[in-house]
Design a protein around this ligand. Structure first.
Ligand SMILES: Cc1cc2nc3c(=O)[nH]c(=O)nc-3n(C[C@H](O)[C@H](O)[C@H](O)COP(=O)(O)OP(=O)(O)OC[C@H]3O[C@@H](n4cnc5c(N)ncnc54)[C@H](O)[C@@H]3O)c2cc1C
Length: 418
């Protein structure tokens, strides 16, 4: 019996146990996703990176084997240890981050619906985010705007309630939305009361084919090029009252509390980001591990000055540091994921810590890997330069590294650091 368990009084529920020992289910899922990443994703990675298009054939393959489905996501999330979701993300993104994001981008919208929707909304909209096996769909989560990236409180997209018709009318422009415009279901963060900043925000589902929602410019990107990123325009886009996540009564209560100054910290976009950060960290880990493994194999083979380059401490120590940092980042990711799943409060912004560390490790390790490959590392004949391009986004989206440091420093100090 552990010390913690001995201290538990009979009336208290047992505290959740954190263990690094994977059970058979977790191992089987890891092997299954790795097999898909190795056999299907990796061979397709270069082509879709060059085409800069959504890899629908790969998404269809993932749907066919049940990997891209709400049932699979529910199973991954259902693991009480919280470890299955980061394991799946790491393996898939080890295969390729662009294709990985084309498959997993939907989960950000799913997280928003799951975190903020009523039971009925969850049941209705989450399956529709994925479409069917025959005709899979992707979903988009649209928070960022041209003038509201890190500063989520500056969102200008407005939501006005038309009481006579019981409809919400959305107007504004979203920027950088993964799957924006090509998605079936879009989740839109909009301001219901601008004076309340982020506390006046609410999340809305826009059903497939709704008039008034149009794709804007598609971004041509440095990395993650198999994942579609675009602006989304909302022009008198009307959705039924039932598309407000959480419902109107809950929103009205929340707004009233915020106006009285007694409101909690419930903020539509920020809640979603906090819940998804460990998974995003796990994606970065997948890239870091891919780069590390490739560089290790290369260093064992490549000869200069009559010996393998790994025999030089400069190379071997770099690889040792890469392995060390990747494992350290994984521990932070798993801890945060376990805490999130078990309702253990993030008192020191552990979610942000995990994403910050994993993102920076991925960028650093992929750059080291490129260096170990020398000239080959810099060419598109080898995948390492792609991994480095892909890794960079992990210090930018879902909160830049500076924003993660802001969240952590505020959490540890209680001071409103700027
Ligand atoms: C490929 C891609 C996919 C994306 N997918 C989505 C998506 O699906 N949905 C979505 O809503 N958004 C998405 N985004 C948007 C992304 O979340 C934002 O780009 C990110 O939050 C940063 O916002 P910004 O680009 O406006 O940068 P800015 O906020 O303008 O930041 C610019 C720089 O200033 C720094 N900075 C800003 N404020 C501070 C501060 N207070 N202290 C210190 N430094 C600061 C930042 O760290 C950064 O270095 C995506 C972006 C990309 C590139």
């Amino acid at each position: 019996m552990s010390a913690t368990a001995e201290q538990t009084t009979p009336t208290e529920p047992a505290p959740p146990v954190f263990s690094l020992q994977l059970n058979q289910d977790q191992k089987d899922i890891r092997e299954w996703v790795h097999g898909f990443a190795e056999g299907v994703v990796r061979p397709a990675a270069h082509e879709w990176d060059e085409r800069e298009e959504t890899p629908w054939p790969v998404i269809r393959e993932a749907a066919k084997i049940g990997l891209y489905s709400y049932e699979a996501l529910a199973q991954f999330y259902g693991d009480e240890s919280g470890l299955t979701l980061p394991i799946v993300n790491e393996e898939l993104f080890w295969g390729d981050a662009g294709i990985g994001m084309a498959i997993m981008g939907t989960s950000l919208a799913v997280a928003a619906i799951f975190g903020q929707g009523t039971g009925e909304q969850i049941g209705e909209w989450i399956p529709r985010c994925f479409g069917t096996v025959e005709e899979p769909q992707v979903a988009a989560f649209c928070s960022s705007e041209p003038d509201a990236g890190s500063d989520v409180s500056a969102i200008r997209t407005s939501a006005r309630y038309d009481e006579a018709k019981d409809e919400w009318v959305l107007n504004g422009q979203k920027a950088w939305a993964t799957n924006g415009g090509i998605a079936g279901v879009h989740v839109i963060i909009a301001s219901v009361d601008r004076e309340l900043g982020a506390r006046g925000h609410a999340a809305f589902v826009v059903p497939p084919g709704t008039k008034g929602l149009e794709q804007g410019a598609k971004a041509k990107k440095h990395g993650l090029r198999a994942s579609h990123t675009a602006d989304v325009h909302l022009d008198d886009c009307r959705v039924p009252g039932s598309c407000l996540l959480g419902g109107k009564e809950k929103l009205d209560e929340r707004l009233a509390r915020a106006r009285e100054g007694t409101g909690g910290r419930s903020q539509a976009a920020l809640q979603t980001f906090e819940a998804t950060r460990p998974s995003v960290g796990a994606q970065a880990l997948g890239i870091a591990r891919a780069a590390y493994e490739f560089a290790l194999d290369y260093a064992r083979e490549r000869e200069q000055f009559g010996r393998k380059i790994i025999e030089n401490q400069a190379i071997a120590f770099a690889l040792a540091d890469m392995k060390l940092e990747i494992d350290a980042a994984r521990l932070l990711v798993w801890r945060a994921s376990w805490m999130g799943r078990n309702g253990v409060p993030f008192q020191n912004a552990e979610g942000s810590m995990s994403k910050l560390k994993a993102g920076e490790v991925a960028l650093w390790a992929s750059e080291r890997a490129m260096h170990i490959l020398g000239g080959n590392g810099y060419t598109r004949e080898y995948p390492v330069e792609r991994w480095h391009r892909d890794a960079k986004i992990y210090t930018i989206f879902e909160g830049t590294s500076e924003i993660q440091r802001l969240v952590i420093s505020r959490a540890i100090s209680g001071v409103q650091i700027r």
